[in-house]
Ligand binder design. Structure first.
Ligand SMILES: NC(=O)c1ccc[n+]([C@@H]2O[C@H](COP(=O)([O-])OP(=O)(O)OC[C@H]3O[C@@H](n4cnc5c(N)ncnc54)[C@H](O)[C@@H]3O)[C@@H](O)[C@H]2O)c1
Length: 434
């Protein structure tokens, strides 16, 4: 018996709402009235609001839609929801691109292999995939990950360099896509142990790419880093900035990007997501950042403020920046995860058999480490104790992204600012398993 329900477009932004209320297969059954309306201040020609009695699936299939299909139009809908797996009483508003990215045909496998899914960002991606109706299979050797973070799909323990184990998992789960996050993440450690980083992050990824090609996945989304740009040659780094890594960690990521470009010749569709600084935690408080040892600023600063960790060490205060500390671009982990889902949809829509593209994931705003400490102190209501230490080898003085390409291509916009990243981190660090 199909469930029915009604909903009304009221909530904004509703990307999260849509994602949590519908699973991908529901979208094909959504009979609704849609209002397409260009947003305020948009330079798009205004054609709306228009009302259409269509299901989103039909809408997306239109050969010649009666309105321009651009990511700048919002869908507002209300009507009946038929055949949904869950009863829902509300919805909201989301970009057309986002609905497109989720509208996977029901007949096809909805499994996504998430390497490194037991880690910080991977676990958030698994949660988002599950909420979007996909089945995230976490593939992780648990060298750094946490089993408590694997809650939204099966855990397959294995190493990305183990070809036999990968073959077994691909055959068993038949993933349609791969999101590849597995790897070592510490810049400083990579300077001490370059071989270890290059082997784990780059050489082993070749094995994963080969398996993905053999099994014909639709898309491969890779966790890269803004560190591939090295020393910035302009204020805001865009994807055309020269690739000039200054640490083995960044070099290992650049090597994978080159391997993916080569794999496009063999038909692989891939996207390299160049993260700036991932921060924050799941708003529901279920998962968050839990590295051991922790080297990232927000967890270290919040722990120091809450008395849950040692004094923070500021890694250099003599950089050529306004206050001498490094400047970074912080992006909320939930915004990051949304970009990965959008990238899967983007890859699916590419006309070419094989393709590789890179996308910056930041907020486009730089904060110095000192500014982050001041903001953390303000929100926590207590000072962040710190010492000044030497610079860390391999660090750039300033890394701030230009995210126009990602916004344009994926229809993505980060919506969670530094304050919400700090609030979520504070909440998570108070309750995380230690
Ligand atoms: N956290 C950030 O700010 C940031 C910034 C830029 C890029 N990245 C990239 O994002 C990815 C995820 O980062 P994170 O912060 O979630 O890291 P994390 O350490 O929390 O997670 C990485 C996971 O990969 C697993 N892993 C490592 N090597 C493996 C291997 N050979 N085979 C199977 N599993 C393996 C670990 O056990 C761990 O669970 C990494 O590739 C990292 O380089 C992260």
């Amino acid at each position: 018996m199909p469930l029915t329900g009604s909903y009304q477009a009221k909530v904004r932004p509703a990307i999260k709402c849509i994602r949590s209320k519908f699973c991908a297969c529901d979208l094909g059954h959504l009979e609704c009235e849609l209002i397409l309306q260009s947003p305020k201040h948009s330079r798009q020609p205004t054609i709306g609001p228009r009302r259409l009695r269509k299901s989103p699936r039909d809408l997306l299939r239109h050969k010649k839609p009666p309105y321009p299909l651009t990511r700048n139009y919002h869908i507002k809908g209300y009507g009946n929801l038929v055949g949904a797996t869950r009863r829902t009483s509300k919805v909201g508003e989301c970009s057309l691109e986002f609905i497109r990215s989720l509208a996977w045909p029901k007949t096809m496998s909805r499994t996504v292999l998430v390497t490194g899914g037991a880690g910080y960002i991977g676990s958030h991606i698994c949660k988002a995939l599950a909420e979007a109706g996909a089945v995230p299979v976490c593939y992780d050797n648990l060298e750094k990950g946490n089993t408590w973070a694997v809650r939204w799909g099966p855990l397959e323990r294995g190493d990305i360099g183990d070809a036999d184990r990968l073959e077994e998992v691909f055959r068993h789960h038949r993933p349609r896509a791969v999101i590849h996050l597995a790897g070592y993440i510490e810049v400083g450690e990579s300077v001490q142990q370059p071989e270890r980083y290059l082997r784990n992050n780059a050489t082993k990824t070749d094995t994963l790419i080969a398996a993905s090609l053999r099994h014909g996945v639709d898309g491969f989304v890779f966790s890269s880093t803004c560190a591939v740009y090295g020393l910035p040659q302009k204020e805001f780094l865009d994807e055309t900035h020269p690739i000039a890594p200054i640490s083995p960690y960044a070099e290992s990521k650049a090597m994978v990007e080159r391997a993916l470009t080569a794999a496009a010749e063999s038909g692989l569709r891939s996207a390299s997501m160049r993260y700036f600084n991932a921060a924050g935690a799941d708003a529901g408080g279920e998962i968050g950042e839990a590295h051991a040892p922790e080297t990232h600023l927000l967890p270290l600063a919040t722990d120091a403020a809450l008395g849950l960790g040692p004094r923070l060490t500021l890694l250099g205060d003599d950089y050529d920046t306004p206050d001498g500390s490094c400047v970074r671009d912080f992006v909320h982990v939930t915004d990051l995860t949304e970009a990965h889902l959008l990238a899967l949809g983007w890859l699916k829509r590419q006309p070419a058999a094989g393709v590789h593209n890179s996308f910056n994931l930041g907020c486009g705003t730089g904060y110095s480490v000192m500014q982050v400490l001041a903001e953390t102190a303000r929100i926590a209501g207590c000072k962040v104790p710190y010492n000044v230490g030497p610079r860390r080898p391999g660090d750039s003085p300033k890394l701030v992204g230009n995210i126009a390409h990602t916004e344009r291509e994926l229809g993505w916009k980060p919506t969670r600012n530094l304050a919400s990243q700090i609030e979520d981190t504070l909440r998570w660090r108070r309750r995380m398993p230690r």
